[in-house]
Design a protein. Structure first.
Length: 330
Protein backbone atom coordinates (compact mmCIF):
# COMPACT_ATOMS: atom_id res chain seq x y z
CA UNK A 1 0.00 0.00 0.00
CA UNK A 2 1.34 3.41 -0.94
CA UNK A 3 0.92 6.54 1.11
CA UNK A 4 -0.12 9.84 -0.38
CA UNK A 5 -0.32 13.32 1.04
CA UNK A 6 -2.80 13.59 3.89
CA UNK A 7 -5.02 16.66 3.80
CA UNK A 8 -7.15 17.57 6.83
CA UNK A 9 -10.88 17.47 6.09
CA UNK A 10 -11.23 21.18 6.93
CA UNK A 11 -8.90 22.19 4.12
CA UNK A 12 -11.13 20.90 1.34
CA UNK A 13 -12.97 23.79 -0.28
CA UNK A 14 -14.58 21.21 -2.50
CA UNK A 15 -14.40 17.50 -2.02
CA UNK A 16 -14.48 15.06 -4.88
CA UNK A 17 -17.96 14.28 -3.70
CA UNK A 18 -19.11 17.63 -5.04
CA UNK A 19 -20.27 19.57 -1.98
CA UNK A 20 -19.02 23.15 -1.97
CA UNK A 21 -18.63 25.13 1.20
CA UNK A 22 -21.38 27.68 1.47
CA UNK A 23 -23.84 25.52 -0.43
CA UNK A 24 -26.10 22.75 0.73
CA UNK A 25 -24.13 19.54 1.11
CA UNK A 26 -24.99 16.71 -1.23
CA UNK A 27 -26.22 13.37 0.09
CA UNK A 28 -23.34 10.84 0.24
CA UNK A 29 -25.74 8.11 -0.89
CA UNK A 30 -25.79 9.81 -4.30
CA UNK A 31 -22.00 10.03 -4.64
CA UNK A 32 -20.04 7.98 -7.15
CA UNK A 33 -18.41 5.52 -4.76
CA UNK A 34 -14.91 4.16 -5.47
CA UNK A 35 -15.58 0.97 -3.48
CA UNK A 36 -18.69 -1.00 -2.43
CA UNK A 37 -17.73 -0.51 1.23
CA UNK A 38 -18.00 3.27 0.79
CA UNK A 39 -21.48 2.89 -0.69
CA UNK A 40 -22.50 0.82 2.34
CA UNK A 41 -20.95 3.44 4.61
CA UNK A 42 -23.00 6.18 2.93
CA UNK A 43 -26.18 4.19 3.57
CA UNK A 44 -25.21 3.72 7.23
CA UNK A 45 -24.64 7.47 7.54
CA UNK A 46 -28.08 8.13 6.07
CA UNK A 47 -29.61 5.92 8.76
CA UNK A 48 -27.57 7.47 11.55
CA UNK A 49 -27.60 11.22 10.83
CA UNK A 50 -30.28 13.63 9.61
CA UNK A 51 -28.04 16.48 8.46
CA UNK A 52 -26.49 16.05 5.02
CA UNK A 53 -23.52 18.17 6.04
CA UNK A 54 -22.76 15.78 8.90
CA UNK A 55 -23.03 12.77 6.62
CA UNK A 56 -20.78 14.45 4.09
CA UNK A 57 -18.18 15.25 6.77
CA UNK A 58 -18.09 11.61 7.95
CA UNK A 59 -17.87 10.31 4.39
CA UNK A 60 -15.14 12.80 3.52
CA UNK A 61 -13.01 11.74 6.49
CA UNK A 62 -13.10 8.13 5.30
CA UNK A 63 -12.34 9.25 1.76
CA UNK A 64 -9.20 11.03 2.98
CA UNK A 65 -8.20 7.84 4.80
CA UNK A 66 -8.63 5.50 1.83
CA UNK A 67 -6.92 7.98 -0.49
CA UNK A 68 -3.97 7.97 1.92
CA UNK A 69 -3.56 4.21 1.47
CA UNK A 70 -4.91 4.11 -2.10
CA UNK A 71 -7.05 1.05 -1.47
CA UNK A 72 -10.46 -0.12 -0.37
CA UNK A 73 -10.69 0.86 3.33
CA UNK A 74 -12.43 -2.45 4.04
CA UNK A 75 -9.10 -4.20 3.36
CA UNK A 76 -7.21 -2.24 6.02
CA UNK A 77 -6.05 -3.85 9.25
CA UNK A 78 -5.93 -2.34 12.72
CA UNK A 79 -2.20 -1.63 12.37
CA UNK A 80 -2.89 0.49 9.28
CA UNK A 81 -5.41 2.63 11.12
CA UNK A 82 -3.06 2.97 14.09
CA UNK A 83 -0.23 4.11 11.78
CA UNK A 84 -2.59 6.60 10.13
CA UNK A 85 -3.66 8.11 13.45
CA UNK A 86 -0.04 8.42 14.54
CA UNK A 87 0.79 10.07 11.22
CA UNK A 88 -1.90 12.75 11.42
CA UNK A 89 -1.14 13.43 15.10
CA UNK A 90 2.68 13.43 15.15
CA UNK A 91 3.61 14.44 11.60
CA UNK A 92 0.64 16.37 10.20
CA UNK A 93 -0.17 18.01 13.56
CA UNK A 94 -3.91 17.96 13.08
CA UNK A 95 -5.90 19.68 15.78
CA UNK A 96 -7.36 17.48 18.57
CA UNK A 97 -10.91 18.14 17.41
CA UNK A 98 -10.08 16.99 13.87
CA UNK A 99 -8.40 13.85 15.17
CA UNK A 100 -11.45 13.02 17.29
CA UNK A 101 -13.70 13.51 14.27
CA UNK A 102 -11.51 11.18 12.22
CA UNK A 103 -11.58 8.61 15.03
CA UNK A 104 -15.38 8.77 15.28
CA UNK A 105 -15.74 8.31 11.51
CA UNK A 106 -13.36 5.35 11.50
CA UNK A 107 -15.09 3.76 14.49
CA UNK A 108 -18.44 3.89 12.71
CA UNK A 109 -16.89 2.34 9.59
CA UNK A 110 -14.76 -0.42 11.09
CA UNK A 111 -16.74 -1.42 14.20
CA UNK A 112 -20.36 -0.86 13.22
CA UNK A 113 -20.21 -1.44 9.47
CA UNK A 114 -17.48 -4.09 9.23
CA UNK A 115 -18.13 -5.65 12.66
CA UNK A 116 -14.60 -5.48 14.05
CA UNK A 117 -15.32 -4.87 17.76
CA UNK A 118 -11.98 -6.26 18.97
CA UNK A 119 -9.94 -3.36 17.60
CA UNK A 120 -8.28 -1.71 20.60
CA UNK A 121 -6.93 1.34 18.79
CA UNK A 122 -10.13 3.27 19.45
CA UNK A 123 -9.61 3.11 23.21
CA UNK A 124 -5.89 3.88 23.01
CA UNK A 125 -5.84 7.34 21.46
CA UNK A 126 -6.44 10.42 23.61
CA UNK A 127 -6.56 13.99 22.39
CA UNK A 128 -7.04 17.04 24.58
CA UNK A 129 -8.07 20.44 23.27
CA UNK A 130 -5.49 23.18 23.52
CA UNK A 131 -6.43 26.13 25.72
CA UNK A 132 -6.44 28.75 22.97
CA UNK A 133 -8.70 31.76 23.32
CA UNK A 134 -10.43 32.95 20.13
CA UNK A 135 -9.20 36.12 18.45
CA UNK A 136 -11.31 39.18 19.24
CA UNK A 137 -11.18 42.59 17.54
CA UNK A 138 -11.72 45.89 19.29
CA UNK A 139 -14.65 48.04 18.25
CA UNK A 140 -12.31 50.35 16.38
CA UNK A 141 -10.76 47.42 14.55
CA UNK A 142 -14.19 46.18 13.51
CA UNK A 143 -14.99 49.69 12.28
CA UNK A 144 -11.76 49.85 10.28
CA UNK A 145 -12.29 46.37 8.88
CA UNK A 146 -15.78 47.18 7.60
CA UNK A 147 -14.56 50.50 6.24
CA UNK A 148 -11.91 48.73 4.18
CA UNK A 149 -14.51 46.55 2.40
CA UNK A 150 -15.38 48.73 -0.57
CA UNK A 151 -18.17 46.69 -2.20
CA UNK A 152 -21.55 46.77 -0.48
CA UNK A 153 -22.42 43.22 -1.57
CA UNK A 154 -19.60 41.97 0.66
CA UNK A 155 -19.68 44.62 3.37
CA UNK A 156 -23.38 44.02 4.16
CA UNK A 157 -23.14 40.31 5.12
CA UNK A 158 -19.90 40.93 7.04
CA UNK A 159 -21.61 43.73 8.95
CA UNK A 160 -24.60 41.50 9.70
CA UNK A 161 -22.35 38.76 11.09
CA UNK A 162 -20.92 41.24 13.59
CA UNK A 163 -24.14 43.08 14.44
CA UNK A 164 -26.07 39.87 15.18
CA UNK A 165 -23.29 37.46 16.14
CA UNK A 166 -24.02 35.02 13.32
CA UNK A 167 -22.01 32.08 12.07
CA UNK A 168 -20.90 32.46 8.46
CA UNK A 169 -23.21 29.69 7.27
CA UNK A 170 -26.16 31.15 9.17
CA UNK A 171 -25.66 34.49 7.48
CA UNK A 172 -25.23 33.33 3.91
CA UNK A 173 -28.16 30.89 4.05
CA UNK A 174 -30.66 33.58 5.09
CA UNK A 175 -33.73 34.01 2.92
CA UNK A 176 -35.99 37.02 2.55
CA UNK A 177 -38.58 35.15 4.66
CA UNK A 178 -36.19 35.14 7.62
CA UNK A 179 -36.42 38.93 7.99
CA UNK A 180 -39.31 39.97 10.23
CA UNK A 181 -39.23 43.67 9.42
CA UNK A 182 -42.13 44.91 11.51
CA UNK A 183 -40.90 43.06 14.57
CA UNK A 184 -37.24 43.88 13.85
CA UNK A 185 -36.24 40.26 14.27
CA UNK A 186 -34.11 37.78 12.40
CA UNK A 187 -34.99 34.08 12.20
CA UNK A 188 -32.06 31.65 12.12
CA UNK A 189 -33.28 28.30 10.85
CA UNK A 190 -31.76 24.84 11.13
CA UNK A 191 -28.57 26.11 12.70
CA UNK A 192 -25.89 24.05 14.41
CA UNK A 193 -27.54 21.15 16.21
CA UNK A 194 -30.70 21.57 14.06
CA UNK A 195 -31.82 24.48 16.25
CA UNK A 196 -33.90 27.49 15.24
CA UNK A 197 -33.68 30.80 17.07
CA UNK A 198 -35.00 34.34 16.76
CA UNK A 199 -32.72 37.28 17.51
CA UNK A 200 -33.23 41.05 17.51
CA UNK A 201 -32.27 42.97 14.39
CA UNK A 202 -30.88 46.50 14.84
CA UNK A 203 -32.87 49.17 13.00
CA UNK A 204 -29.91 50.44 10.96
CA UNK A 205 -28.99 46.88 9.98
CA UNK A 206 -32.57 46.26 8.84
CA UNK A 207 -32.35 49.38 6.68
CA UNK A 208 -29.07 48.14 5.15
CA UNK A 209 -30.60 44.76 4.35
CA UNK A 210 -33.60 46.36 2.66
CA UNK A 211 -31.36 48.52 0.50
CA UNK A 212 -29.19 45.53 -0.36
CA UNK A 213 -32.14 43.37 -1.38
CA UNK A 214 -33.74 46.19 -3.41
CA UNK A 215 -30.66 46.06 -5.65
CA UNK A 216 -30.84 42.39 -6.67
CA UNK A 217 -34.43 41.40 -5.64
CA UNK A 218 -33.73 37.69 -5.59
CA UNK A 219 -36.98 35.76 -4.92
CA UNK A 220 -35.38 33.72 -2.14
CA UNK A 221 -31.80 34.42 -1.08
CA UNK A 222 -30.82 37.49 0.86
CA UNK A 223 -27.19 37.08 -0.23
CA UNK A 224 -27.28 35.38 -3.65
CA UNK A 225 -24.16 34.23 -5.44
CA UNK A 226 -22.57 37.08 -7.39
CA UNK A 227 -21.01 34.88 -10.06
CA UNK A 228 -18.58 36.03 -12.70
CA UNK A 229 -19.01 38.33 -15.66
CA UNK A 230 -19.78 41.96 -16.43
CA UNK A 231 -19.46 44.12 -13.31
CA UNK A 232 -21.84 46.86 -14.41
CA UNK A 233 -24.68 47.37 -11.89
CA UNK A 234 -27.35 46.14 -14.27
CA UNK A 235 -25.50 42.97 -15.26
CA UNK A 236 -24.53 42.30 -11.67
CA UNK A 237 -28.10 42.68 -10.44
CA UNK A 238 -29.41 40.34 -13.16
CA UNK A 239 -26.89 37.63 -12.27
CA UNK A 240 -27.68 37.89 -8.58
CA UNK A 241 -31.42 37.86 -9.23
CA UNK A 242 -31.16 34.58 -11.17
CA UNK A 243 -28.56 32.91 -8.90
CA UNK A 244 -29.25 29.29 -8.00
CA UNK A 245 -27.21 29.29 -4.78
CA UNK A 246 -26.27 31.73 -2.04
CA UNK A 247 -22.87 33.40 -1.88
CA UNK A 248 -20.10 30.83 -1.17
CA UNK A 249 -18.18 30.97 2.09
CA UNK A 250 -14.86 31.55 0.35
CA UNK A 251 -15.94 34.94 -1.01
CA UNK A 252 -16.00 36.49 2.47
CA UNK A 253 -13.22 34.37 3.94
CA UNK A 254 -10.69 35.55 1.35
CA UNK A 255 -11.86 39.13 1.70
CA UNK A 256 -11.27 39.14 5.46
CA UNK A 257 -7.77 37.73 5.04
CA UNK A 258 -6.83 40.48 2.58
CA UNK A 259 -8.36 43.23 4.73
CA UNK A 260 -6.68 41.88 7.85
CA UNK A 261 -3.27 42.03 6.24
CA UNK A 262 -3.84 45.50 4.85
CA UNK A 263 -4.89 46.84 8.26
CA UNK A 264 -2.22 44.88 10.14
CA UNK A 265 -4.86 43.32 12.38
CA UNK A 266 -4.23 40.24 14.54
CA UNK A 267 -4.74 36.78 13.10
CA UNK A 268 -8.54 36.98 12.98
CA UNK A 269 -11.06 35.34 10.67
CA UNK A 270 -14.64 35.94 9.64
CA UNK A 271 -15.68 33.95 12.74
CA UNK A 272 -13.78 36.43 14.92
CA UNK A 273 -16.57 38.91 14.24
CA UNK A 274 -18.98 36.60 16.07
CA UNK A 275 -16.54 36.37 18.98
CA UNK A 276 -16.16 40.15 18.94
CA UNK A 277 -19.95 40.63 18.99
CA UNK A 278 -20.28 38.49 22.13
CA UNK A 279 -17.31 40.10 23.85
CA UNK A 280 -18.46 43.66 23.15
CA UNK A 281 -21.98 42.88 24.39
CA UNK A 282 -20.58 41.42 27.58
CA UNK A 283 -18.40 44.49 28.12
CA UNK A 284 -21.46 46.67 27.64
CA UNK A 285 -23.25 44.87 30.47
CA UNK A 286 -25.35 42.23 28.68
CA UNK A 287 -26.20 39.17 30.75
CA UNK A 288 -24.27 36.01 29.94
CA UNK A 289 -27.47 33.97 29.48
CA UNK A 290 -28.79 36.57 27.03
CA UNK A 291 -25.63 36.26 24.96
CA UNK A 292 -25.97 32.47 25.11
CA UNK A 293 -29.41 32.69 23.52
CA UNK A 294 -28.27 35.17 20.88
CA UNK A 295 -25.37 32.93 19.86
CA UNK A 296 -27.43 29.74 19.94
CA UNK A 297 -25.18 27.94 22.43
CA UNK A 298 -26.72 24.84 24.00
CA UNK A 299 -24.38 24.95 26.98
CA UNK A 300 -23.51 28.03 29.02
CA UNK A 301 -19.90 26.77 29.18
CA UNK A 302 -19.53 27.62 25.50
CA UNK A 303 -20.49 31.22 26.25
CA UNK A 304 -18.41 31.57 29.40
CA UNK A 305 -15.20 31.70 27.36
CA UNK A 306 -15.99 35.35 26.62
CA UNK A 307 -15.52 36.13 30.30
CA UNK A 308 -11.82 35.57 29.68
CA UNK A 309 -11.77 37.95 26.73
CA UNK A 310 -13.45 41.08 28.04
CA UNK A 311 -11.28 44.01 28.97
CA UNK A 312 -14.08 45.36 31.15
CA UNK A 313 -14.19 42.20 33.25
CA UNK A 314 -10.45 42.36 33.84
CA UNK A 315 -10.69 46.05 34.67
CA UNK A 316 -13.49 45.46 37.20
CA UNK A 317 -11.48 42.72 38.88
CA UNK A 318 -8.40 44.92 38.99
CA UNK A 319 -10.37 47.75 40.63
CA UNK A 320 -11.77 45.30 43.20
CA UNK A 321 -8.31 43.92 43.94
CA UNK A 322 -6.96 47.47 44.35
CA UNK A 323 -9.79 48.21 46.75
CA UNK A 324 -9.13 45.10 48.82
CA UNK A 325 -5.41 45.76 48.90
CA UNK A 326 -5.82 49.44 49.72
CA UNK A 327 -7.73 48.71 52.91
CA UNK A 328 -5.02 46.55 54.37
CA UNK A 329 -2.46 47.93 56.84
CA UNK A 330 0.87 48.99 55.35
Amino acid sequence: MHKTKVVPPESHAQGSCGAWRGREAADPVDYKHPYPSMAQYAELLALRFDAKRTRHAYYRAMRVLHEHFQCDPATLEETHLRDYLLHIKLHKHWKPKTIRQTLACAKLFFIELLQRPLWRVFSQIRTKDHDFLPAVLTRQQVHDLLGSVRLRRYRTPIKLIYCCGLRLGECLSLTIHDILGEERKLVIRNSKGHQDRVIPLPALMLEDLRKYWSFHRHPRWLFPNVGRGDQTPQALAERMRSAKTPMPYSSLQRLIIVARKQLNLPAASIHSLRHSFATHLLEAGAHLHTIQKLLGHKQINSTMIYLHLTHQTQQDVLELMDSLCGRLPR
